[in-house]
Design a protein around this ligand. Structure first.
Ligand code: ATP
Ligand code: MN
Ligand code: MN
Length: 304
């Protein structure tokens, strides 16, 4: 990294995106464990908007809203009753019964901030863009460790997926979720539709589980996950969501879902290494050579 690049990133970090959205009750404590307020949440999203929107923008989103505090009366919201204002936009999506429902998307910093104003903590997104919601623009292998497994097992699993996907020509990008696991993300040129995408993810997850049944399972019954890592391939079906990069989590200490590099994966000790307050660090990292192309690869699913 050149000193100029570092300087540019640092000055960018010092000047968060300006928004026109008024945030009420900035002093309301949302995280009682650490006294993090609604104002601090809003400042986080304003700061990371420019690095968050390239991935999270213009795709159908679901929100985890906690209008009171992080573990009180939270709910997962896919549609709105028109209360978010015009910066939170709608895309009509056909439901199974054939009628259309308006789903939410944002494509500006103001859109993100309007959601925060309405009590949003987490942003989750479909694996498709609003231009064509039937075609996936990513796969995600959501690696969920059973309780008691240490992070080392998750790390090993993530590398396993990177290697197997690499063998069939797919480049992958890791993200720490801010929770317990890792998402291994495979960007796709939107081409394959959901049934094919889900089938591919399912077969790959099963194949991995079969090569190492002591450590992995793709089986849905909880009992079969004991002591193992559950490969949650169901994130790859129509309508399923995954947490968006740079989203804050509604968990103690306000951790952030954060893109990392495979090199970093070798040495990190936790899936929650960034928190509200780390926006400047995240911006600087996002501008670094190692992370600049994160989540970008022109590739399609191979025939298996
Ligand atoms: P962790 O690393 O702790 O597993 P995570 O974000 O991967 O964090 P999961 O519980 O594995 O959490 O969920 C994966 C994704 O599935 C979530 O990010 C979310 O988008 C979606 N999801 C989970 N629970 C629900 C739910 N109740 N309703 C809708 N979507 C959900
Ligand atoms: Mn998970
Ligand atoms: Mn999961």
């Amino acid at each position: 990294e050149t000193p100029a690049a570092v300087e540019a990133a640092a000055s960018h970090a010092a000047a968060p995106t300006t928004t026109t959205i008024a945030i009420s009750n900035r002093d309301r404590v949302i995280y009682p464990e650490s006294n993090i307020t609604k104002g601090q949440l809003a400042d986080h999203y304003a700061a990371v908007a420019d690095i968050m929107l390239p991935w999270a923008g213009s795709r159908p989103i679901s929100l985890v809203r906690c209008p009171q505090e992080r573990a009180k009366k939270c709910f997962f919201q896919k549609h709105d009753a028109g209360t978010f204002g015009e910066t939170v936009k709608h895309v009509g999506i056909l439901e199974k019964d054939g009628h259309e429902e308006p789903y939410l998307f944002v494509d500006t910093p103001d859109g993100l901030l309007s959601c925060v104003q309405m009590g949003t903590i987490e942003f989750h997104g479909w694996g498709a863009r609003i231009e064509d919601v039937e075609k996936a623009d990513r796969l995600v292998f959501d690696l969920d460790p059973d309780e008691g497994l240490d992070f080392e097992a998750v790390r090993t699993a993530a590398f396993h997926f990177r290697d197997i996907l690499g063998t069939i020509g797919l480049e992958t990008f890791p993200m720490v979720t801010g929770g317990k696991g890792i998402h291994v993300i495979v960007p796709l040129v939107p081409k394959a539709e959901w049934p094919e995408v889900k089938d591919f993810a399912h077969r790959l997850a099963q194949a991995v589980a079969q090569t190492d049944p002591a450590n992995f399972t793709a089986a849905l019954p909880k009992a079969q996950r004991k002591g193992r890592i559950f490969v949650d391939y169901l994130r790859n079906q129509r309508g399923a969501t995954a947490v968006m990069p740079y989203s804050v989590r509604a968990r103690p200490q306000a951790p952030i879902a954060a893109p990392i590099t495979w090199k970093e994966m070798e040495s990190i000790s936790s899936p929650a290494n960034f928190h509200v307050g780390d926006a400047a660090t995240l911006l600087k990292r996002a501008a670094s050579k190692a992370l600049v192309g994160w989540g970008r690869a022109d590739q399609v699913l191979p025939d298996l």
